[in-house]
Design a protein. Sequence first.
Lengths: 305, 319
Amino acid sequence: MANHAVSLRRSRLRRYGTSYLMLVPFLGLFAGFLIWPLLNSLYLSFTSFDGIKPPTFTGLENFRRLLVEDERFRHALGNTSVYVAASVTLGTLLSLGLALAFNGSSWPHRVMRTIFFLPSVTSSIALMLMWKWIFFPSDVGLANTVLDWFGQKAVAWLATPGLTVPILVLMSVWGGMGYGMVLYVAGLGAIPEEYYEAARIDGASTWQQFRRITLPLLRPVTTYVVVTGLIGAFQVFEAVYIVFRGTNQIGGVLDSGLMIVPYLYDQGFTHFKLGYASAVAWVLFLIIFVISLVNLRLGRATKEL
Amino acid sequence: MAIAPTTTPPGAAAVSPRGAARPRSRRARVNRHLLRLPFYLLSLTMIVPFYWLLITVFKRPAELAKLPPSFVPEQPVLDNFYDPLWSPSGVNPGHLQGIFQRFQVDFGFWRFMFNSIVITTAITVGSLLICSLAAYVIAKHDVKGRKVVFVMIIASMMVPWQTTLIPNYVIMRNLGWLDSYAGYIVPALAKAFVLFFLVQYLQSIPDELIQAARVDGAGEWRIWWRIVLPLLRPALAAMSIFIVLAEWNNFLWPLIIVQSDEMANLPVALARLNSYFAGPDHQGAIMAGGLLASLPTIAFFLVFQKYFTRGIALSGLRG
């Protein structure tokens, strides 16, 4: 009996041992390149650190400067908010519209879906360079050529502060709506046709069917599209860096395109204020953390285990 | 060339897509087409920029600087890829370097293509192996602490990776991994989202197969390799699409860790090109580089189309 218990314990240990061993690669990398850096960046955000001399503790000084004094950061927050609100709203509406328009299996619908999805599989840097060329300041650019057809003078698109955020929104919506469309098409496919049949028998109009069946049943997809859209939009970087960066200003003319992550890059890797940049990183973290909490994904996922 | 219609998830009866629902009257049908019209027009705004990119690639540099711009290349050339008449001394005015002549590294532009392919492949294969191992334990092993670990990993999905950018940069510097493949690959292997997705997928698979293998005396590693991985194939396909696209386009991390010309991936190489050359006559070579950088992912999409839409749908409906 006792012998049996011992061997059982030993075999369980052996099995457990293997289990833990199988977790080691993931957990090691996870701890080394995510958990530790995360805690480290929290610590660095309370220090002054140039990357060479050891960091010196300065308490809340970074955050005080960031939130009270730093006009550039306030500017970056403002720009990012406008950009996020506009690009996510427009992107989601257009994704839904496209999905409703082209969710059939006929070839025109399939071709349309492919066309709108194409930016999602094209190199994103290539697309940024393409936009930069389209908005070329002289008449050789496509945007100015189109203006020229209507007798308008050439516009310095990328050097006009008021146009910076709208152009960034345009690039984001243009590139992202096909992806949202694919999600919505899948969501539409999951709605049983019987619901619509029943509604039609009851005399519901197309609009009523849309309002009472389609929209409510698409809510999980909408939540997903909006939340991932918000998170992605807050992290915008390369569009600003590639299209708007000037010789000494990362955020374009008068910082009109300065956003949170470009500012983080600017402070950390142009000015080597690594402590200050860590504080920026933690503000970004808090913003995205709040969005994720609202999404309550955590609660849903753990319930299933 | 077209996205296949997404399959209906299990549980839902095979339904015709909603757009195919037959409206009762002719007027309703006409209305439906009218409602679609703006979206057909919108597709022009998708096609025109791509067309502009394509024709730019095949125009001579001199033609790119001409006014008004042409919408069909006067005489399509491949000079923007490689111009045999270009010479460093500039004896042939009007001839500029093609994209393959622009970088002072061995193998020129091919080097960046090679870097991108190596890095993307290594991260995709490596992270799928590592994440599937951990997912197998978390989903199917009754070990202590797995719940805590899983909650922690899910919680970490709320962390924007840029928050760890600065400490990770310092770590790379201390390890001497700046400007190396290790610096690209190793920090990118443990992907919380992939693990989360694989755990969810495994939980929907009954335990019997694994139990049966255990009864037959198969070890855990063997079970993972011979049973779990094949069972996970659709989930791995879906995840590999996300990983490939994300790593192929990865820009901010390489921008920070790459110092030499040789170790740039395609995005960083193109960004550098973009900051050195600005005139309209250089756009041909720049767009040629962009086109070349896009071809692998577009080809990947065309080959695995079915998995793309299915994978995206799966992540959206489950996640």
